[in-house]
Design a protein around this ligand. Structure first.
Ligand code: MSP
Length: 511
């Protein structure tokens, strides 16, 4: 059995879960579900990043201890993910005891290997990035990412000797051209390395909210150096060598584009320094943005103020449009690797065209005609149906796309199959034919619905289950591993088909 280990970044708990976080997590979830569906032993990890100045500041501003604050805010992420049907196998918190143990062991190892040393550091610090900048990296006198003023800091710190890894990193990039995707992001990281690496300050004495440095009391590790190690904590680094060997280094880190340097430069170097392989796969996605004025107007409480993407909670959308429709929109409309524009109009347009008109319509029309022409009992498919080819093409294209982290293409391919089935029904018009003459065409349409349930199950698990049960099948499509389950002819016929309410009632476009 193949193994598949996928991670999201761990989210800062000073923020509420918003649609940008959901974009990353839903994509990782769908990819993990695909791998479970093809029978891989899968480990899907997400969690929360709870140390550092930013969290300590937020706790203080709210008049509670950092621990109380992180308990409260971490739970909001777990809840948001439940609300989006996220199927993570583990949820790591950097305040977990297991994480402290791993961080201390891992960094102690790097210290023992001679790659951590003490020095004084002076620099311009952005609390939102939890990172230092040089004057020429600033946008005027502000952080280039957050536009916030930076603070002058001076600390007696331990430094990671990142500069010692320049050549080894370049060699690793050259030997593993596909480790970081898309290629444009790999090139960005590589040119950063080629521009010269400076040692990185990895401890702080200015705050106590962090993992203590085991060899020097009074220091805590800098939040990024603690956070990255979560990917090893979850697989038992320092505790269970067999488990680590089973899952590492063939991990897939899905990350946003602003955290490339941490994941594609620091993290591989840290792994090298600790004597383990760097992560084998890092996939960089773009940002979901909101620019459209209409969204601001339709979503803002006062009807006027602009709404930022970070103000949109996943729950506000799932309550209105349903979990699977929101998941579908996130997966289908913004390809991983590029930036995307989010708008309610876009969500509704996609909902109406793909979900209401295509998928919903196919389900409703097949069930209705099976009701009227076959007494509600689904016939078996025809082995010679032209749809058999469409189905195997869709399966092959979807499998290839999921492998490439292109959920939008996997769904596009599936919707071509749905379109082919709708076209076949329109061409043969079984609703006009005599009962008894339409078994082949209806059986084949039911077979398409069975295969579609399998193919959409990573993206829309509840819808997949619902279609599966409406065509009379027991259990869930996710219990039937691909590719075998998607071979043409699996629908047995003789099952009772239920019409049910419209799966996706049409929505009015917003004004
Ligand atoms: N805590 C660090 C990650 C540590 S991983 C060892 C962090 N947290 S974050 O909460 O600020 O961001 C987490 C992820 O959310 C990042 O990958 C980021 O790109 C993603 N997103 C935040 N806003 C986003 C959008 N608007 N669109 C898409 N993803 C975005 O960085």
């Amino acid at each position: 059995m193949d193994r598949f280990y996928i991670t999201t970044p761990i989210f800062y708990v000073n923020d509420v879960p918003h649609l940008g976080h959901a974009y990353c997590t839903v994509n990782a979830d769908a990819i993990a579900r695909w791998h479970r569906l093809i029978g891989d032993s899968t480990l899907f990890l997400t969690g929360t990043d709870e140390h550092g100045a930013k969290v300590a500041e937020a706790a203080e501003a709210n008049g509670v201890t950092p621990r109380e604050w992180t308990d409260r805010t971490s739970a909001r992420f777990a809840e948001a993910w439940r609300g989006l049907a996220i199927s993570n196998d583990d949820f790591i918190r950097t305040t977990d005891e297991r994480h402290y143990a791993t961080v201390q062991q891992f960094l102690q190892k790097i210290y023992d290997n001679g790659f951590i040393a003490k020095d004084t550091y002076r620099g311009l610090y952005c609390v939102s990035c939890e990172d230092y900048y040089t004057a020429d990296q600033l946008d005027g006198d502000k952080c280039p990412v957050h536009g916030r003023p930076v603070t002058e800091m001076e600390e007696d710190n331990y430094f990671f000797r990142l500069s010692a890894f320049e050549d080894r990193l370049i060699e690793w990039f050259e030997k593993n051209p596909d480790a970081i995707r898309p290629a444009s992001k790999r090139n960005e990281a590589l040119s950063f390395i080629k521009g010269g690496l400076k040692d990185v300050s990895i401890t702080r004495t200015s705050l106590s909210w962090g993992v203590p440095v085991p060899w020097d009391e009074g220091h805590v590790f800098y939040v990024w150096y603690d956070a990255l190690i979560n990917y090893l904590t979850a697989i038992g680094y320092g505790e269970d060598a067999e488990k680590v060997a089973a899952w590492w280094p063939n991990v897939h880190h899905l990350i946003g584009k602003e955290i490339i340097r941490f994941h594609c430069v620091w993290w591989p170097a840290m792994c090298m320094a600790a004597g383990i392989e760097p992560p084998a796969n890092i996939f960089v996605h773009g940002w979901l943005l909101v620019g459209g004025q209409k969204l601001s107007k339709s979503m803002a409480a006062d009807g006027d103020a602009p709404v930022k993407l970070t103000d949109i909670t996943p729950a506000s959308l799932t309550e209105e449009y349903g979990v699977d429709a929101v998941r579908y929109h996130l997966l289908r409309d913004t390809p991983l690797g590029t930036d995307g524009e989010f708008s309610i109009e876009g969500l509704i347009a996609r909902y109406n065209s793909d979900l209401a008109n295509n998928l919903g319509n196919l389900v409703a029309r097949v069930a209705t005609v099976v009701g009227s022409k076959c007494d509600g009992v689904g016939p078996a498919p025809s082995p010679t149906s032209p749809l058999a080819d469409s189905a195997s093409t869709a399966l092959a294209a979807a499998a290839d796309a999921w492998e490439r982290f292109a959920p939008h293409e996997a769904l596009e391919a599936t919707w071509r199959l749905i379109g082919a089935a709708n076209a076949e029904l329109e061409a043969t018009e079984p609703w006009k034919a005599e009962p008894g003459t339409v078994d082949d065409v209806l059986g084949s349409a039911l077979e398409v619905l069975r295969i579609v349930s399998l193919l959409i199950s990573p993206a829309m698990p509840a819808t997949a289950d619902e279609i599966w049960s409406r065509i009379g099948l027991a259990g869930s499509p996710s219990d039937h591993p691909l590719p075998a389950a998607a071979a043409w002819g699996g629908y047995p016929g003789g099952l009772s088909v239920t019409k049910g309410d419209p799966l996706f009632p049409r929505r009015k476009a917003t004004a």
